[in-house]
Design a protein around this ligand. Sequence first.
Ligand code: ADP
Ligand code: MG
Length: 260
Amino acid sequence: MALLEARKLNKNFGGLKVTADVDFALEPGELHCLIGPNGAGKSTFFRLILGEYTPTSGSIFYDGEDITALEPHDRIRRGISVKFQVPGIFSLLSVSQNLEIALQRHYHGESLQSEIDRALRFLNLSSEATQLAGNLSHGQKQWLEIGMAVSLKPKLLLLDEPTAGMSPEETRATGEMVQALKDGGMTVLVVEHDMAFVRQVATRVTVLHFGRIFMQGSIDEVIADERVAEIYLGQGHGPHHEASVPDQPPARKTQDIAHG
Ligand code: ADP
Ligand code: MG
């Protein structure tokens, strides 16, 4: 049985169909990438799963239960956790304190401290433990946020463009983190533009276009599909982005221009 299933999901904003007849299933333990041009409706789909938006029609099932009418906090309690594009860390607290806030739900006393240390190692942030979170580099902030989302011990983790603005090395390290979470049994759905990342982690890829599922397949099938290349034309990134990686300056990736 699927861990997450969207059935004929629709979301309209005024006359605009932002999510259109989406049928989507995520198997337990799957690491799945959601891609598509800017404005395709990827973040909206995440907000529907989380309950921040109410669908115009259709339903969402999670762990065998219809959660369409549940509030976000009830979905989070059932094990859905998300890292959005907008930072959600406490800038004026240290890196350790941020993790402590997230981890104290599940741990206390000595085990809390050992879990904080374990999270710091996992996130490559051990040397930054006492630094203010606001002083971290862009990539390190993303890792801290992933750490905070993971601290809730979710069954389903949603990551919205976790590697935006990261260097290729940071992107690779993020791929290893996500892979390790999957190996630990977590089900992960990632919105990503970086094709090197998608190739590194994804077992299955879904392409969203104008709110619809455009195609589903392996990364090789997606990259080989000319129609997929066409919907990315003029976007400056997309499935053929990795072919141009050697020409990019190494510090930051091109999609930052589009995604800020
Ligand atoms: P993506 O994450 O794939 O770039 P989004 O889901 O953010 O796309 O947005 C898809 C479309 O929905 C865009 O045209 C966007 O302007 C529109 N949209 C998203 N949220 C709202 C909203 N709250 N009100 C009106 N339009 C919205
Ligand atoms: Mg988005």
